[in-house]
Design a protein around this ligand. Structure first.
Ligand SMILES: [Zn+2]
Length: 78
């Protein structure tokens, strides 16, 4: 299993827009707080809690380079 196929896990950082997985207004990096069979809940750097069922998109955003830049990647607390 390659790194890019690793399932989402609590504590993972999801970078930026995440291909719209959290809606059109989501641009901030976020940290995974809970994962279910076909859903994920994250907390963004703004402190907001967001929900998605697009696990493939979320996983893709986790494995890519942060669009907000290395020094602006500030996901919420886990
Ligand atoms: Zn980031």
């Amino acid at each position: 299993m390659s790194e890019s196929n690793r399932p989402l896990a609590v504590g993972d950082v999801i970078h930026g827009f995440a291909y719209g997985a959290f809606g059109r207004d989501h641009f901030y990096c976020a940290r995974v707080e809970a994962v279910g069979r076909d859903w994920v809940v994250v907390r963004s750097s703004l402190g907001t809690v967001e929900f998605s069922t697009f696990l493939d998109l979320v996983q893709q955003a986790r494995d890519e380079v942060c669009p907000n830049g290395k020094y602006n990647c500030e996901p919420g607390e886990s």
